[in-house]
Design a protein around this ligand. Structure first.
Ligand code: 6GU
Length: 261
């Protein structure tokens, strides 16, 4: 997967060279490039923002700078995109990169979207700063046939999209086949199952520690009982701290034994 990240703080993403994501870049599973948006400015101040039309506080990122940057990264002149059909496959499905703009006033990013995005060949992230970016930027590229998405990572406000993009890149790349040493570890974890129940609690040795015991069923060696115990733990924990997830559960996802919870 090729990932481009555009930001006025490209150094923010140095941490993505560490750990498993760093290894995935070394092995060629992920090709991650960061770009300084100011590279596409022409004025002496290298300005990327301007005051909001209609008034109000703060600054808004200018469409011209973003368009020069994105046209170059996408490749081809903007007019080519829809007219030549270059970016839409014969099946009518969108090909070409997915463009993602972090935005606190957008759809919440979740595991389902991370899964879908982990199958894409190329993703370009455009990090907004200040009060946001001119709304015509996503509209323009959407109208030109690109798959353009805006996501928030939670109901709180950050100073810019950089932290949100870090989160999304990590959530997406770890799902790419071959990324994880042990692919089983992503199967059972929280949010990954079709139902999206929270993961059950885990324990390691010793069985007794500072007066606290590991639940005895986990030491029984009875796999059916262990599985039942873990599923009950997932269900009760989810019902207690994320009742919204339980409310969305399909009835068909539950078995008879679940219903005593
Ligand atoms: Cl994507 N951006 C900003 N600035 N704040 C956020 C966010 C994104 N998601 C949650 N808060």
């Amino acid at each position: 997967m090729k990932i481009d990240i555009v930001s006025v703080f490209p150094d923010y993403f140095d941490s993505l060279r560490l750990s498993l994501l760093g290894k995935a870049q070394d092995s060629g599973i992920v090709d991650l490039q960061t770009h300084d948006l100011r590279q596409w400015t022409h004025d002496v101040h290298r300005s990327v923002d301007d005051t909001p039309v209609g008034g109000g506080a703060g600054m808004v990122m200018k469409p011209e700078v973003w368009a020069e940057c994105l046209d170059e990264l996408i490749g081809g002149k903007p007019g080519d995109l829809s007219s030549s059909g270059e970016l839409s496959g014969s099946s009518g499905e969108l090909s070409g990169p997915v463009l993602i703009f972090p935005n606190p006033a957008a759809l919440l990013f979740n595991q389902k979207q991370a899964n879908d995005l982990s199958r894409k060949e190329r993703i370009i992230f455009g990090c907004g700063r200040y009060e946001g970016y001119d709304a015509r930027i996503p509209t323009y590229y959407r109208e030109r046939g690109l798959d353009v998405r805006e996501y928030s990572i939670g109901d709180y406000v950050l100073n810019g999209g950089e932290a949100a993009v870090s989160v999304m890149v990590e959530a997406i790349t770890r799902l790419i086949p071959g990324f994880m040493g042990n692919p089983d570890s992503i199967v059972e974890e929280s949010y990954s199952g079709a139902e999206g129940l929270l993961e059950y609690q885990q324990y390691t040795k010793p069985a007794q520690w500072r007066g606290l015991e590991v639940p005895s069923v986990l030491l029984s060696g009875d796999h059916a009982k262990v599985n039942r115990f873990r599923r009950d733990d997932s269900l009760t924990k989810t019902a207690r701290i994320r009742p919204d997830i339980i409310e969305r559960l399909e009835c068909s996802a539950l078995d008879k034994a679940d219903c005593k919870i």
